[in-house]
Design a protein around this ligand. Structure first.
Ligand SMILES: Nc1nc(=O)c(N)c(NC[C@H](O)[C@H](O)[C@H](O)COP(=O)(O)O)[nH]1
Ligand SMILES: [Zn+2]
Length: 164
């Protein structure tokens, strides 16, 4: 039910608040859920893992570590059939750092397992003006759902490290 979606995004937003503010990125939180059982499989927030890491990336890498996988791209081997990714900001399709975008990380895991991506906000124009993630995910057969209602809170947290 729709109410659950907001609850998962609020959980992701609470994770985003743990992210150290930086002027060059956004503070984002992500939660990976087994949609059939509502079990939370993994969580992540921006910079949680060492390096210039994204929330979704941390979500995947933590779960890969838990399953002794050296490449999160192989998570399909250990994921249940109907997984949902909740992320406060839509997955990146390009990163100014040149690191692998999270849309590509999702596509590597595959639509057979990650069925739906729920996002709280679209990426603002500040760093990357034309996030093409939605189209790429939908083209791969992944449902892409914007969950309304938390935009103001999500953006406030996401941009806390930016010059006012
Ligand atoms: N969905 C999402 N999750 C994150 O954890 C995060 N930090 C961003 N941010 C998107 C933004 O486009 C990139 O942060 C900049 O493009 C700079 O790229 P780096 O982050 O340095 O790789 N987006
Ligand atoms: Zn990303």
């Amino acid at each position: 039910p729709a109410g659950d979606h907001e609850a998962y995004l609020r959980h992701a937003l609470s994770l985003a608040q743990k992210s150290p503010p930086k002027p060059s990125n956004y503070r984002v939180g992500a939660v990976l859920v087994n949609a059939a059982t509502n079990e939370v499989l993994s969580t992540g927030y921006t910079l949680e893992l060492p390096g210039n890491t994204h929330a979704e990336q941390c979500c995947f890498e933590k779960l890969a570590q838990k399953h002794s996988l050296d490449d999160a791209g192989n998570l399909a081997d250990v994921l249940p059939d109907d997984v949902a990714l909740y992320t406060t900001m839509e997955p990146c399709s390009f990163r100014l750092s040149g690191n692998l975008p999270c849309v590509d990380r999702i596509l590597k895991i595959g639509a057979a397992k990650i069925r739906t991506v729920y996002v709280g906000v679209y990426e603002p124009e500040k760093f990357v003006s034309d996030n093409s993630g939605r189209q790429k995910l939908q083209d791969a057969g992944i449902s892409y759902v914007h969950v309304p209602g938390l935009e103001k809170d999500i953006l406030e947290v996401a941009t806390a490290g930016h010059e006012k």
